[in-house]
Design a binder for this molecule. Structure first.
Ligand code: B12
Ligand code: SF4
Length: 501
């Protein structure tokens, strides 16, 4: 039996490809159990639905599995329709966050196209389903946990939830050779580094309960670490395969400083020579941990600051303090970690224009290198989504417009994401807010800031091989780099979901 696994294209022009670890884990476990598997990262290759179909015609699979997080849902549905029209006997299985949260809605509306939704982590549920389909023609997989499908009367069946995978060390390492794509550190098509990039997940889950985050529901706030030895063995393998750049994509990599310290110690002991990057929380910044992270090859930390207003942080239930921001930056600088990236969210529930300005001002004045500003959106699986649906501000079945590629679709609200400002602000207030937000990057890269930034960058660059390497790539293709930087500077933080006319 042949299974094709696809990371679908988001049909956006600006996209920096990252290795899709989810389908890599699934492909590896299926392969180890005797199935023939083919993987396609259509997002990285910018493949539209017709190119994916051509690939499938060549692969000729019996089952197609598609990874669908919320903003990929509508492009994925378009793709699935094309596949089913071509060959209705192919079984379509979808998994990831959106099918986990919205299985019933998906099967109600698209049950003629989607055969199975996998809810939660996919490794064992997908394996059992493939084994079942291999042996049975007309039976229903009622005994497989974590599934949703329709029976012969089109009645939707949800099997009991599958348990979380606790012993992550028992999973095989994802076989990255299943994907024929070389990932690099890239923005808008420009490669800031030529070295081979991959990602690794050293733990799953996070005990926090931020109102905008869907991980809390997906992973049930249960932090499940892999053992440091197991992580190091995977890193050694990665190193043997020629990777020199790595993103840790944990929900919360630095949650347990002792664990992080131990991982870093082992990296040093095993002489792992990989540049790596991770997200961070400002309240998890022990100096000892940061120093060791630097020594072990950490080149950038992406801090989730979100907002410079305590009131807004409380609304997010972030459990951090604005005063911790300065400490986190200071300690990271002291540890000499090269790049500090600031992640911000603008347009929170009840957030005022002044509060938005204050966050942008914090970004400008702080000693971070690069900011990413996002407009706050809510989607199913988050506390915000549940709250605003239950208090009547929105209804998951509202008809909304969504942009997919170049086309506008009318869909139900649960099929996409919704900007908070679209339902909490009046059109005039929203206009004002968007005007402020849309110039956030220009404000950050203002002339005055640019001067300070250039000096600091120059100083840091000459002291770091990693930064020199990046500078070398920029010099080699100066025009390309300028284009990417200018696209970045001029980009407007926006939502992905509902279309704003
Ligand atoms: C790396 C990452 C990215 C990367 C690359 C995304 C990618 N395609 O891989 C980048 C930086 C591009 C990214 C961007 C965004 N991301 Co992101 N990202 C992640 C992150 C940190 C890791 C993903 C990962 O590799 N996980 C490890 C693997 C093993 O787990 P997994 O992917 O969940 O896969 C498992 C299951 O989901 C399931 N499964 C997955 N696919 C399939 C397919 C089938 C057929 C089956 C059966 C099962 C299945 O089985 C897998 C194994 O157990 C996750 C958080 C997290 N830790 O998961 C957020 C996450 C996926 N991102 C999220 C979001 C919101 C975004 C953004 C929209 C944020 C924003 N506003 O800008 C953007 C999208 C922008 C864009 N244009 O892409 C949300 C998605 C929530 C949702 N409901 O969709 C997450 C979950 C973060 C969160 N906690 O809220 N992201
Ligand atoms: S946003 Fe980060 S800290 Fe908050 S619950 Fe999600 S993963 Fe945890």
């Amino acid at each position: 039996m042949k299974i094709a696994l696809i990371n679908p294209s988001l049909e956006t022009k600006i996209y920096s490809p990252w290795p899709p670890l989810g389908i890599l884990y699934l492909g590896t476990i299926l392969k180890e159990n005797g199935f023939t598997v083919k993987l396609l990262d259509a997002a990285a290759k910018f493949y539209g639905k017709n190119e994916v179909l051509n690939w499938l015609k060549h692969v000729k699979p019996d089952i197609v599995g598609i990874s669908v997080f919320t903003i990929a849902f509508l492009p994925a549905i378009n793709l699935i329709k094309v596949i089913k029209n071509w060959n209705p006997s192919i079984k379509i299985v979808i998994g990831h966050y959106h099918p986990t949260m919205e299985a019933e809605n998906i099967l109600r509306k698209y049950g003629d196209y989607v055969d199975y939704c996998v809810r939660g982590e996919g490794e064992y549920t997908l394996l059992e389903l493939c084994e079942f389909l291999d042996k049975n023609d007309n039976k229903l997989p009622n005994d497989i946990k974590g599934l949703a499908f329709r029976d012969s009367n089109k009645k939707i069946v949800l099997t009991p939830e599958a348990p979380l995978i606790i012993d992550l060390d028992s999973l095989p390492f994802p076989d990255r050779r299943l994907l024929d794509f070389e990932y690099k550190w890239n923005f808008s098509g420009f490669e800031f580094s030529k070295s081979k990039l991959t990602s690794l997940v050293s733990s799953r889950g996070c005990p926090f309960n931020c109102s905008y985050c869907a991980c809390t529901k997906f992973a049930k706030r249960r932090f499940r670490p892999r053992s440091p030895e197991n992580i190091i063995n995977e890193m050694l393998l990665i190193q043997n395969h020629g990777y020199t750049q790595l993103n840790f994509v944990d929900d919360n990599f630095t949650l347990q400083p002792k664990r992080t310290i131990e991982i870093c110690r082992l990296m040093k002991k095993e002489k792992i020579d990989i540049n790596w990057h991770t997200d961070g929380r400002v309240d998890q910044t022990s100096q000892e941990m940061l120093n060791l992270m630097k020594k072990a090859g950490c080149k950038s930390i992406w801090f989730g600051f979100e907002s410079a207003n305590q009131r807004i942080l409380n609304i997010y239930n972030k459990r951090t303090k604005v005063s911790q921001f300065y400490e986190a930056i200071r300690k990271t600088r002291k540890a000499n970690i090269e790049l500090i990236v600031g992640l911000f969210m603008l347009g929170a529930p009840t957030e005022t224009l002044d509060e938005v300005k204050r966050t942008i001002e914090f970004a400008v004045k702080s000693d971070i290198d690069v900011p990413f500003f996002n407009v706050v959106e809510i989607f199913s699986g988050t506390k915000f989504w549940d709250d605003y649906n239950s208090n009547g501000n929105i209804n998951q079945y509202d008809k909304v417009k969504a942009l997919v590629g170049e086309e506008i679709y009318e869909v139900e609200r649960w099929e996409t994401t919704t900007r908070v400002m679209d339902f909490l602000l009046s059109p005039e207030e929203r206009e004002q807010m968007l005007n402020e937000i849309q110039t956030a990057y220009q404000t950050f890269f203002s002339f005055e800031r640019k001067m300070i930034f250039m000096w600091k960058m120059l100083y840091r660059t000459v002291r770091s091989r990693f930064m020199l390497n990046m500078a070398y790539n920029i010099m080699r293709n100066f025009k390309g780099a300028l284009g990417a930087i200018s696209a970045f500077r001029n980009s407007k933080p926006r939502g992905f979901g509902t279309y704003d006319e």
